[in-house]
Unconditional design. Sequence first.
Length: 400
Amino acid sequence: LRALPAWAKSALFFIFLLVLFEAGLRLAGLIYNETRLSVFGGEADDRRTVLCLGDSYTYGENVTGKQAYPYPPWLGLKDAVPRIRVVNRGHCEYNSSQVLAELPENLKTFKPEIVILLVGSSDKWNIIGAKPGDRTFIYRPDYDGSVSDGRLFPSETQNLFTNLRVYKMARAVYLNAKFRYLLRNAAAIDTKKLADGYKAGKLSDKDLSPYMAAMYYNSRYENLFELALEALENVPAGSAYYSHHLSYYFALAFSFEFQSKYPAQKVVERLNGLLARRPELKENEAFMKYLRYFMDKKNLEAFLGRRLDENLDAIAGLIAASGARLIVMNYPSTHTAANKALERAAVKHKAALIDNYSFFLKLMKETGREKYLMGDDHATPLGHELMAERLLPEITGALK
């Protein structure tokens, strides 16, 4: 090494620092993964189990595993209740059909004494069903793998370089700075320019993602609707967005609810025109289902409401048959249809109801929204803590 020139020594020292930094980041990743555990209190079968089911509100979107509401009750119970465990089986974007489809296995695996249920917010737009063979109820076994990162938009293709933690950290810093810039300047985003660039192949799905997210978080629903429709009309067949990933469908269905410029018939005309140009889409179940969604919007809304009620009844029935006790929670944010369905289910099946919505509505009127809910309506760490505080006494009483 002494014979090496100064520049070579400097390069080797820099590489050594990068390797050391990479090792440190991987170690930090292992430590973080431990905080994202979903089973608190051990895996043994003889544990008294509280099973939490639902979507991203249960999983803990945008917070750590130990900040999501299922973890604090375990902390409050572990000293007073021997062999207690709390299991978080929330999945981002899950609807009631998906929770129902997995329920028998969850009951068999965990044998819970208590089941906490909070689901329904995704039923309005995620219309995946639980009946293989019936094209009215889409069931995709590959769906979980396509959204396993739990984010609104899919991640990039991985290789040796992109798997380096140093690269990921640098990219995260860059994307965070870029996204913050887009949020500040969302009003200046040129939707037509983005759509034209995507249509011409100059922009990829990954390029569109931060712009669509910025529109979403800034309530630019008409622009998001227009861009999502343009993207669906031009998405390549090889893209994850073509059928596996629901981001464009989510953006289209979600933004439609909040904009007033376009009637459902306009969407149907555009999608039927696309189907005429790309007849292979008849085999794309996601596309055909969302075409139906807009073809009969009013009737479909009634159908989705009935499906949610039926799924909640089926979930409650399976839980009762297992001998477990059901506790129902509603959402702290404005998911009116889901909250009403959850309340109906609680009354019908004589289950305890934790009314988060009324509680948080009062709090937000007194002290503001930002302390309890994020921009996308998911709970903040404090919001999860308050949900857990309201849940703990009900669990404690049920375990006696």
